[in-house]
Structure formats: structure tokens, C-alpha cells
Design a protein around this ligand. Structure first.
Ligand code: MN
Length: 498
């Protein structure tokens, strides 16, 4: 319920020249716009009308209040009339929250037969918002500009996408990520500068010994395990050997013991995301599979092998997609189908794909894992549903973070895969696998991603803008030469800034 606790402030710009009657009308119209947008049920976060600001002092005050207000995830500005923009310099300099510039107008149509100079004085966004846009550009402010009448669905969708990004950015600002064990040995892309991530995005990453979790497993009661096992019996298609009285029921009970201990660890520490690694399981009998899958489904961010960047991203995507159709998960580009019927990616991991992606009731199974030398782990097995989705990766280039996004179309499996004992998704990347994978590899994108069926590329672009991250989209219109040029230009741009 992250979105419900947030609000977005709506600030209308004007000036004193017009006199009190006009300014009262500006305030009435602004309230009507805000009320109308809230009533549209398109917006995931409540819009709060703040003020009609007409002076440098009132602008500075509202920007400082927005920056300090915990609930405020961002600010929408609209110049109903002309608002000389030197008045905005102090306020915008102090604003620490994401900014959306809504370039709209109260009335949709020109009142052709009655239009007079009073109407012209009141409805000046067409030039007032240009003055505001200039000062934002002059100050090099990151922001989103949305243009159109406020009652249009397309305008509300742009605003809604930005609100979801603002919620993701707000979530990251307070997020605590726990790492159980360090990085998978020798792996490069999952490494990175945690201090820079905290400075840039606000989330903190700290390490904990897996022994701490192992010790907690001993304190889990049989009654807690009974309750969790009964829930699993109901929610999943249980393999015969895992059912009550089944030969491997104990393996399920052990997996749920780890889950209960892990949840307690996360709750007590106030963590919203976590990582583990199969190379450091001292004191645990199985690699946590079921536990991680079920905790992801509860909303926790996760990534394996110590990948704290992807774990934080998964949590952000879960918040950004709240209330929308479709889930979010840790994912890995695992293996390919290069068939003549269209190249596809099979995404999966050793165990840890979130069941919020599932097309049908997951089955709960236990199989040996050919890596790590531990007991056979219990896991949920399913295929992700078809439809549009995105893969997102954040990499550390040494002088900056780069956020990559690839739009994909998840598809049904061509044929059943009865021998594959893990959850999986199949997708065709846009524009096609050869272009998307080459663009991804030129960009240095990781094999680990945060995968979402609900979040869109637009939301990721907005998140990158408000976080000051380099953003590389790979979409239906991507060409390799464009991406290669973009990467070269970005190198110059970010090199200049660092
Ligand atoms: Mn992996």
C-alpha cells in the first residue's frame, strides 16, 4: 500500500498584475482541474491542490514545504496565466522533489463567439508555460512536460505514469536492502558502488551473515510451519511427495521454516529488498527458493548472487506497478530459441521467479539443484502469462549508473516443457531478438533484470529523469546504429558532468 500513503502537490503559477477577481478565478479553475483529475480514477496517487503562487516568496515557500513533506512524492506546476519566471529561480533551486510541468488550459475549446480580452487575460498557459519552460531549461532541471487538455485520457495517462515513477523514486529514497552473503565470486556486473547508489538514489545496502538467518530458523515454531504449509496446500498444486504424509513433506516444512525466519529478519530490520547467494549458505540445508518466491510475491525486492542493484529495482517496480494488472520479478535471460518461427528468450533462474507473473496456479515441487551442493530445494514452477512486459537493468559504469529498459512481448510456450523444473517466462524482445540483444550487449546490460508486466518504459524513463540516471531504451523503433551513437553521445554528456 505504498501509493496510498503518498501525495503529489499541484501548484499553479500566476502574478499579482491581474487583480484579485482574476486570481480568485484562477484558484477556482485550478481546484476544478485537481478535483477532476482525482475523480478521473486514472491517477494512482492523490493530487493535492496547494496554492496559486504570485511572488518569489510564496513560490520559495511552497517548494521548501514540498521538499520537506514526507508524503509529497512530487510537484506538478501549471501556469494558468503568465508568471514571470525569475520569481521561480529561488523556489526551483530549492526543490528536492520530482517536477512535472503540466501544460494545459482550463477550457478545452476557444469560445469562438464570446472570446474577449478578459478571456485572453485569464487563459495564458500557452505563453505562461513557455516562460516557465525556459527557466527550467535555463536551470537544467530534470522534469517531465505533459501537454494537452487535462480531461484527455492521454494526458491523464502521462501524468499517471510519472506519478508511478515518482512513487518508485520515493520508495528507493527510503529503501533498506539486506545482503545475505556477498557477491557471487568473480561476477562483475552485479558489483557496483553502493555509496554512489545511496547518494544518487537514496537506498542503503548493508551486508549480514547468513548464519544470522540460520540461527533464526531454529526459533521457528511447528505451529508457524503448520500454518504456512496449510496455506501452500491451498494455493499451489502440490507435488504428491510434498503433500501431507508425502515422502518429502519434510523438505517443504524446512523451506517454510527458512521463509518464516527470513520474513522475521526482513520485518525486524525494516528491509524492503534482499539478496542471497548460493555460494554462502552456511547453516542452511537448501538454497531458499520457495521462501524467496513467496516473499517476492508479498512485495519484497529480491535478486540472487548478491545483486543488490536488481533487488532494489525489483522493489521499485513492485511499488510502481501497484494496483495494475501483472506482476514483477527478478529475472535472468537464461537461454534462447533461435527457431525459424521467431527468436525468443527463455527467462528463468535457478529457482527465484516471482509467482505474481504466473499464468495459472503454480505447482510446488522439489528437485535437486546441480549447483551449490545442498539438499534439493522446494520451488514453485509455472509459466509467466503472455503480454507486453519490460526488462530493466541498472549497471555501474564506474563514473555513473546506466538504466536500460527493453520492451518485450511475453508469449505462450510453443510446446510444453515438462522436464524443466523451474518457473519461466518466454518473450520476444522488441524490435526483435538480434537487435535487442545486440543493443543490450553494446549497452553493457546485465544478465539479471527486474521484469514487470505492469510497469511501462515511460515510467522507467521518468524514473531515470528524476533520479539523474542515464537511460537507454530498447523499443520497437530501436536500431543498432542509433543505440551505438546514443551510447557515444551519452559518454560525452556524462563525461562532461563528472
Ligand atoms: Mn543469476
Amino acid at each position: 500500500m505504498a501509493l496510498e500513503s503518498m501525495e503529489i502537490w499541484f501548484v499553479t503559477g500566476s502574478q499579482d498584475l491581474y487583480g484579485p477577481a482574476t486570481l480568485k478565478q484562477v484558484a477556482r479553475n485550478s481546484r476544478e482541474v485537481v478535483d477532476g483529475l482525482n475523480a478521473s480514477s486514472q491517477l494512482p496517487v492523490r493530487l493535492v491542490f496547494k496554492d496559486v503562487v504570485t511572488s518569489a516568496e510564496s513560490i520559495l515557500r511552497v517548494c521548501q514545504e514540498a521538499s520537506a513533506a514526507k508524503a509529497c512524492a512530487g510537484v506538478v506546476c501549471w501556469m494558468h496565466t503568465f508568471s514571470p519566471a525569475k520569481m521561480w529561480i529561488a523556489g526551483l533551486s530549492s526543490l528536492r522533489k520530482p517536477l512535472l510541468h503540466l501544460h494545459t488550459q482550463f477550457n478545452r475549446d476557444l469560445p469562438w463567439s464570446s472570446i474577449d480580452m478578459d478571456f485572453m487575460n485569464l487563459n495564458q498557459a500557452a505563453h505562461g508555460d513557455r516562460e516557465f519552460g525556459f527557466i527550467c531549461s535555463r536551470m537544467r532541471l530534470g522534469r517531465k512536460v505533459v501537454v494537452g487538455h487535462w480531461q484527455e485520457a492521454a494526458v491523464q495517462e502521462r501524468l499517471a505514469a510519472w506519478m508511478r515513477a515518482a512513487a518508485g523514486a520515493a520508495e528507493l529514497r527510503g529503501l533498506k536492502v539486506a545482503r545475505l552473503g556477498d557477491n557471487m565470486r568473480q561476477v562483475a556486473v552485479t558489483e557496483g558502488d553502493k555509496v554512489e547508489a545511496q547518494i544518487r538514489l537514496g537506498f542503503e545496502v548493508n551486508g549480514y551473515g547468513v548464519g544470522e538467518l540460520a540461527a533464526r530458523t531454529e526459533a521457528v515454531s511447528d505451529a508457524e510451519i503448520d500454518a504456512a504449509a496449510a496455506e501452500c496446500d491451498q494455493r499451489y498444486a502440490m507435488a504428491g511427495e510434498l503433500q501431507p504424509g508425502g515422502a518429502k513433506r519434510q523438505a517443504l516444512r524446512y523451506a517454510l521454516r527458512v521463509e518464516t525466519a527470513l520474513r522475521g529478519f526482513l520485518v525486524d530490520g525494516g528491509f524492503g529488498a534482499f539478496t542471497d547467494t548460493f555460494e554462502d549458505l552456511a547453516g542452511l540445508a537448501q538454497l531458499p527458493g520457495l521462501a524467496v518466491q513467496r516473499l517476492m510475491a508479498e512485495g519484497y525486492g529480491f535478486a540472487a548472487e548478491g545483486d543488490w542493484k536488481t533487488a532494489a529495482l525489483v522493489r521499485a517496480l513492485k511499488v510502481m506497478g501497484e494496483g495494475l494488472e501483472g506482476g514483477a520479478s527478478f529475472m535472468e535471460d537464461y537461454t534462447y530459441h533461435f527457431g525459424a518461427d521467431g527468436a525468443k528468450v527463455l527467462g528463468a533462474h535457478m529457482l527465484e521467479v516471482c509467482p505474481t507473473l504466473a499464468q495459472a496456479k503454480p505447482s510446488c515441487e522439489v528437485h535437486p539443484l546441480g549447483i551449490g551442493g545442498k539438499d534439493a530445494p522446494v520451488r514453485l514452477v509455472f509459466t509467466a502469462r503472455g503480454g507486453p512486459a519490460i526488462n530493466v537493468s541498472m549497471i555501474d559504469l564506474g563514473d555513473r549508473f546506466r538504466l536500460l529498459m527493453n520492451e518485450v512481448d511475453a508469449v505462450e510456450a510453443d510446446r510444453p516443457m515438462p522436464a524443466l523444473p523451474v518457473a519461466r517466462a518466454l518473450w520476444t524482445p522488441r524490435p526483435d531478438l538480434p537487435t535487442a540483444a545486440a543493443a543490450w550487449i553494446y549497452s553493457g546490460g546485465a544478465h539479471h533484470t527486474a521484469f514487470s508486466q505492469a510497469v511501462t518504459g515511460e515510467m522507467i524513463e521518468d524514473l531515470a529523469e528524476m533520479s539523474g540516471l542515464e537511460y537507454v531504451p530498447i523499443t520497437a523503433t530501436t536500431s543498432i546504429s542509433d543505440v551505438r551513437n546514443q551510447l557515444r553521445w551519452n559518454e560525452a554528456y556524462y563525461g562532461r558532468r563528472s
